[in-house]
Design a protein around this ligand. Structure first.
Ligand code: RIB
Ligand code: CA
Length: 314
C-alpha cells in the first residue's frame, strides 16, 4: 500500500509513523504536515526529525496549513504532547532535513495525479490540507485510492468538548469538505481509539530491546503523553499507566482490518454553535463513510508491539 501520511506530530502521530515505517505492507511515499498538536513549523521539523532518525530521510515531507480554513486558531495542547510535540525532548540528535518546495496541498495533488488510483491518504490531524487540495483541484478526489482519517466521535463523547474530537474541532469546515467530497472515507474515531490503551511499559520494552535513537525518542515522548492520559482517565488508562494510540489505529485499519467492526453510513459535521466540531450520522444521502464501531483492543496492542519489535531499524 502506497500511503501519504497527513499528520501533526504529536506523540501518537509519531507512534503511527513508526508503525507505518516498520510495517512490511506499507510504503510511506510522502508526509504532509499540518498545525494541530503543534504549529505546522514544529510539525514539519518533527516529521523530518523522526524520518531522519530512522534513515528514512528520502521520504519527501511537504509543509501544510498553519491554521484552519475559517475558525480562529487555538494554542497547541503543550500539556498533552509537550511544547515540542514529542514530550519535550531533552536534546535532539543533529539530523538535518528539508521540506520539499511544494506545499502540502500541491504535493498531495501532484503525487495522486502521478499515481492515479494507487495512493491511500492516511490523515490524522485537522483536515485542512485535504480540504485545500479538494478546493484547488476539483477532479482530484476521484484519483485517490482510499482515504482513512483518525477523527470524530460518533457514539461517544468528544475529547475537546462534550461532543467534539480534536482533529474535527480544530477545523470543522475542512472536515465537512472532506466528508462531502466524492470519495469513500474510513473514519477511525474515538469510538474505537478510546477502546485501545497502549501500556507505557510496552514502549520501555521496545526501547530496551532496540537501543536506537528512534525508539528512545518514541519512548521519551510516550512516557510524557502517558502521564497526561493516565491522569485524565484515571479509572481506565491510569489503571495500567498508558495512553490512547489514536492515530496508529488509522494504519491498523489498513493492515489488520479483521481487528475491527465497521458500519457504512453517512457523516456530517456541525460547524458552529454549542456542538461545533461534532460528527453526526446523517439519515439522507448515499453511505460514503465507513465508521469503526468496535475493535479487538488486545489484538491491536499485540500487533503494534510485534511490528515495532521486528528488525526494521537496521
Ligand atoms: O483526538 C485525537 C487526535 O487529536 C489525534 O490525532 C491526536 O494526535 C490529536 O491531535
Ligand atoms: Ca494527530
Amino acid at each position: 500500500m502506497k500511503v501519504i501520511f497527513d499528520t501533526d506530530p504529536g506523540v501518537d502521530d509519531a507512534m503511527a509513523l513508526y508503525y507505518a515505517l516498520a510495517h512490511p505492507s506499507i510504503e510511506v511515499v510522502g508526509i504532509t504536515t499540518v498545525f494541530g498538536n503543534v504549529t505546522v513549523t514544529q510539525a514539519t521539523a518533527n516529521a523530518l526529525y523522526l524520518c531522519g532518525l530512522t534513515q528514512c530521510d528520502a521520504i519527501p515531507v511537504a509543509a501544510g496549513a498553519a491554521r484552519p480554513l475559517h475558525k480562529t486558531p487555538e494554542a497547541p495542547p503543550a500539556h498533552i504532547h509537550g511544547s515540542d510535540g514529542l514530550g519535550n525532548l531533552p536534546q535532539r540528535d543533529s539530523v538535518i532535513g528539508f521540506a520539499v518546495e511544494k506545499d502540502a496541498a500541491d504535493f498531495l495533488i501532484a503525487q495522486v495525479r502521478a499515481n492515479p488510483h494507487a495512493i491511500t491518504l492516511v490523515a490524522v490531524g485537522p483536515l485542512t490540507n485535504l480540504a485545500t487540495a479538494l478546493a484547488r483541484d476539483t477532479t482530484w478526489a476521484a484519483l485517490v485510492q482510499r482515504v482513512v482519517i483518525m477523527g470524530g466521535a460518533v457514539s461517544v463523547p468528544g475529547n475537546v468538548t462534550a461532543t467534539a474530537e480534536a482533529n474535527i474541532w480544530n477545523d470543522p469546515h475542512a472536515a465537512q469538505l472532506v466528508f462531502e467530497a466524492p470519495w469513500q472515507v474510513d473514519v477511525v474515531s474515538l469510538d474505537v481509539t478510546h477502546q485501545v490503551i497502549m501500556p507505557a511499559q510496552l514502549f520501555e520494552r521496545l526501547a530496551q530491546r532496540q537501543p536506537h535513537a528512534a525508539m528512545q525518542t518514541l519512548n521519551h515522548a510516550v512516557q510524557f503523553y502517558a502521564r497526561y492520559y493516565s491522569q485524565r482517565h484515571a479509572d481506565t488508562v491510569g489503571k495500567m499507566h498508558g495512553c490512547f494510540g489514536h492515530d496508529v489505529l488509522a494504519f491498523m485499519a489498513l493492515t489488520d482490518p479483521a481487528l475491527f467492526q465497521t458500519l457504512d453510513t453517512r457523516l456530517g459535521v456541525t460547524t458552529a454553535g454549542p456542538e461545533e466540531g461534532r460528527t453526526v450520522q446523517l439519515t439522507e444521502g448515499p453511505a460514503r463513510h465507513t465508521i469503526y464501531t468496535s475493535v479487538d483492543s488486545a489484538g491491536c496492542v499485540k500487533a503494534f508491539e510485534a511490528t515495532l519489535a521486528a528488525n526494521w531499524l537496521g
